[in-house]
Design a protein around this ligand. Sequence first.
Ligand code: DCP
Ligand code: MG
Ligand code: MN
Length: 330
Amino acid sequence: MADKNYDDLIQKLADIAQIYIKINQEFRARAFSGAATAVQFKQNAGQILPNTEKELKKIPGIGASTAKAIIEWQQSGQIQRLLELREKQKEEIVPVAQPQLTAAEIEKVNSIALFETIHGVGEKTAEKWYAEGLRTLDDVQTYKVQILTHAQRIGWKWYHHLLQRIPRTEMDTYHSLLGQALGNLRWEIAGSYRRDLPDSGDVDILIEAKTGYTLDHIVQHLIAQKLLVDKISQGPTKYMGIIRLSPQHIARRIDIRWIPAISWWPALLYFTGSGDFNKRMRAIAKSQGYILNEYSLSIEANDQIIAVNSEQDLFAALDMDYLTPAQRYE
Ligand code: DCP
Ligand code: MG
Ligand code: MN
């Protein structure tokens, strides 16, 4: 029977090793568990541990750092490293278990995301199709007659075309072609093109309504020019369709808005975006008692419309520094 009991020391060395394993410090874990074994061996043999680092290190299984820890224990009954490791462990965030998706749930998420890549298909439609048993684009092809609305049918027809963004050089071509087609009407390509982005998702066109003309006149003209190749929807002020430079080119989405003169500047501001920038500017307007939308800037209390003659006027009315379209990213 040794006159010194090392059970507490062995336990503490083993505890340190265990924490090191948990925090993936293999090497240190091995040093401390080796030291715990060495001390156990000494105790079993009825031997007393030396009290200098130099002598301790001569014992197989005890190294420099574990020798220091043993001396600390001999002097104070504690090992600072263990106290610190326990403290550190408390601070560590317990990882929240990630919900594991079942194979069926993964299939559902994937199918729905896939369906939503079809222009005109939103979350609601995609979920409905999934509930009805559709899973793949082949299924969409099989059941297209039963399931597709007119707009979705156009989205399906041009599926591979509409997945691609429009390079700015092609947008420039539309710009010059539309310039010729629209003669001396006031018009702009708004959206990402006006914000100077290198590519665009679609062509967003604003045309100022001119007495004696209708949006349908313009549409018919662009169809005759073989630019518009498919219609998604058309009303008196809004046309949505497909535009294509030639049968050899990729087909693109186009939105055309027919804007009354009074709304020209608010409409240009709105359709230039970005969407995030619009949200921010509308919130600023609201905080000052105004309502800003695509039709006008007005006083909320009495619906009075603020007359403006430029985008600069709209910024100035809200005490905002003017931002060029390219600066309107948020
Ligand atoms: N817009 C908006 N809020 C929406 C949708 C549109 O404020 N929910 C405005 C800002 C957009 C503009 O209309 O810039 C045109 O809409 P687009 O969806 O065509 O967006 P962009 O032209 O900015 O981007 P993309 O290049 O993807 O067409
Ligand atoms: Mg756009
Ligand atoms: Mn658009």
